[in-house]
Each structure stands twice: as C-alpha cells, then as structure tokens.
Ligand binder design. Structure first.
Ligand code: GDP
Length: 366
C-alpha cells in the first residue's frame, strides 16, 4: 500500500492508534485529501493539541542537508531572533548557501529604521557563525514582501532544491503557505498553521516546475523560548499579535518595571529619563520602587504579575547588568518578549529574565 501523508502537516497517516501522531480514522482515507486528526481539529475547530517531537530525528534530517546541493532557507522570528535560531546550524548545512528570512516585520512600528534592523539581523547571524547570501524581511501572515522572498529564493537556488528550516512558531508554515500562493497563485492554505509549537511534523515536499522541490522540514522545538513556558491561552498575551504600541515610562533611579511575571527591569542609577517599552500590547507592566520589588515578586508572582500563571514552570531569573554610556541611543532586547528603548542618558540597569532568554543591546531602531 502506498503511504498516505497528511495534507496539513505532512506526517505519515496511520489508522491504528488515535493517540499517536498521524492518526486518521480508516473511513477518512478514501478522501482525495487526507488530514490527520490533529490538523483536522486545528483547521475545523481551531483546537490545538501538543505533540512530542524527537530532536535527534530532527538533527539527523538537518545533517542530511549537508550532503545535498541545495539552497537552505532559514526562517526566523524577528521578534525572537535568538530564541528562533537553530543551535549549531552553521555546522550542519555544509557548504550550502543560506538565505535568511526574517519574519513578522508587521510587529515593528512604521517608524522603525529598517536599514538598522536589517544590519542587526546580518550582524546577529554573523555572531552565530552564519553568513547569509541575503536577508529578506517579510511578514508571512500579512503577506508583506512575500514576492521579494519568492524572488530571492528563485534567484539563489539556481536550479537546486530548497530546504526550508526553522524552529517551531517562527511562522514557517505560514511562510510556506504564502510562498505557494506566490508561486502558484493558489488561494487556499495548504499547510496547517497554528500559534502553538510543533505543527509541521514531517517533511513536506512541494514540487517545482524544473523537477526540483521545496522541502519543508519540521520545526525543532526549543525549550528556552518564552513561548514554551506559557499555556496556549496565555500565549496571546505575551507573543504580540499586532503592531507594537510603545509604552513610555518616565523613571527615577531605583524604580522597577515588571513585564508580567516574565522579566523585571530595574533602573538602578542615573538621572530621571524615559524608557519606552515595545512589548505585546496585552502584556501587563507593573511599576514599583526597586526597594519593594523583591517583596512584590514574592507576593504577586502568578497573580498580579502574570503571565505566566504557573510561574513555577519558569526557569530561575538571571540578572543582566547593563551600563548605558550615554553616547548613542540603545535598545535592550529581551528575546521573545520585546525591547526597551533607552535614551542618551547614562544609566545602570539590571534586567532579570528567565535563564536561557537572551538579553542583548543594539543601536536603537526607532
Ligand atoms: P511554525 O511553527 O513555524 O510553522 O509557525 P506557524 O506558521 O504555525 O505560525 C506560528 C504563529 O506565528 C501563528 O500564531 C501565526 O499566526 C504567527 N505568525 C506567522 N507569521 C506571522 C507574521 O508574519 N506576523 C505575525 N505577527 N505573526 C505571524
């Protein structure tokens, strides 16, 4: 019997075990396009089930790319650049060229200095040991710059196969759906997308005119991302759904901001100055005195200071001390959560974020 694959996520269909990945009832197999039960529920009821993925299997798949002659397209989430990087990627793809697709530009305000953002993406990639042939900044969900992305892929693939790689939740499935629309003008979504990690389970192969293929690999789950520590219904509070609206806080030294229960921003020393927070519009920001911050955290974590409601699930906080030199405006980026734009004053800051979440600075984008 030939293998049937799910139209949504690409996994091999089986009808034996409803709890295992790829289950579809036997009577569904006669349909022209078969969906696994999971994709069926996502598509028809908006219900999402978590699935287990095996990172070893993922890395085996990635390592196999090294021995091919292909273009590798890495999709990253511009909003969680560090968290959406695949560890050790540069060692795994061999000599194949890498095109970097930086997704979710729609979250950045229109006043963003796009050139600077692009330069930051290049620099961040170089810091990870990768020299992309090009960086395309797009929004798959909003259909922004998707034509540029399709053209860049066509240009750089030079008649070769294309492997699309990325961690879960960066918008890879949405990107591929958009890409297929660009190449085939098909109106309908053919790959299931979801706001919860792990939707694409097995490689999907999309044939191209010249006999080559676009190969969509499953997304690897990273356990050290903000999005992994919240329940699905809290995800929308933390991961922004629409363009960020800045929130301005005029702080005196020895004042603190809590970003929900995820991170804490202490303005330790310096003249009074504004700090502009670019976070999910729905994330609660609590302002208090530094001297009281420890107490407030002890009393209100998981309550006033949410998400996450289950604050025990978070790894412990790590302190990042940052000295602003007052020479240029800087952003303090908390990967996956957002950033705080600081002015040209001197300041000493302490940012507390869960272990594993990167806290970095970059020249101000706005
Ligand atoms: P995958 O796990 O990488 O395949 O990611 P999905 O395509 O399932 O998308 C993950 C989440 O990111 C979903 O909630 C999408 O709606 C959202 N998303 C995808 N692309 C974009 C985008 O361009 N902008 C924004 N704001 N969200 C996006």
């Amino acid at each position: 019997m030939h293998e049937i694959r799910c139209e949504g996520c690409g996994v091999a269909i089986q009808s034996e075990d409803p709890k295992r990945v790829g289950y579809a009832p036997a009577q569904a197999l006669n349909r022209e396009s078969v969906l696994c039960q999971r994709c069926f529920r996502i598509r028809h009821y908006g219900q999402i089930e978590a699935v287990e993925q095996d990172p070893d299997a993922y890395y085996r798949l990635l390592d196999a790319i090294a021995s091919t002659d292909s273009l590798v397209v890495l999709v990253v989430d511009l909003f969680d650049f560090a968290g959406s990087w695949i560890p050790g990627l540069h060692r795994r793809i061999g000599n194949n060229p890498l095109l970097l697709v930086a997704n979710k530009v729609d979250l950045f305000p229109p006043s963003t200095k796009w050139g600077r953002l692009r330069e930051w993406v290049y620099q961040s990639a170089r810091d990870m040991g990768v020299h992309p042939v090009e960086v395309v900044m797009c929004s798959a969900a909003k259909g922004m710059k998707m034509r540029d992305a399709a053209q860049a892929i066509e240009y750089h693939r030079r008649g070769r196969d294309v492997y699309i790689v990325g961690t879960t939740n960066v918008g890879k499935s949405t990107f591929i759906n958009g890409l297929i629309k660009e190449v085939t003008e098909e109106g309908e979504d053919v790959i299931t997308t979801s706001p919860y990690p792990g939707t694409t389970l097995d490689a999907i192969r999309i044939p191209l005119d010249d006999g080559k293929e676009i190969i969509d690999t499953p997304g690897i789950v990273r356990k050290d991302r903000v999005s992994e520590w919240v329940e699905p219904k809290e995800l929308k509070l933390v991961v922004p759904q629409s363009t960020l609206k800045p929130k301005v806080y005029q702080l005196n030294e020895e004042q603190t901001l809590f970003f929900g229960g995820f991170a804490r921003f202490d303005f330790v020393r310096g003249p009074k100055q504004p700090f502009v927070c670019y976070l999910s519009n729905r994330l609660y920001v609590h302002r208090t005195k530094l001297a009281q911050a420890d107490d407030i955290w002890r009393k209100h974590r998981g309550g006033l200071l949410t998400p996450p409601r289950n604050s025990e699930a978070l790894p412990g906080w790590k302190k990042h001390t940052i000295h602003l030199n007052g020479r240029q405006k800087q952003d303090i980026v908390i990967s996956g959560l957002g950033w705080v734009a600081c002015g040209k004053e001197k300041a000493t800051l302490e940012v507390w974020a869960p272990e594993g979440i990167q806290v970095t600075t970059r020249p101000a984008l706005i």
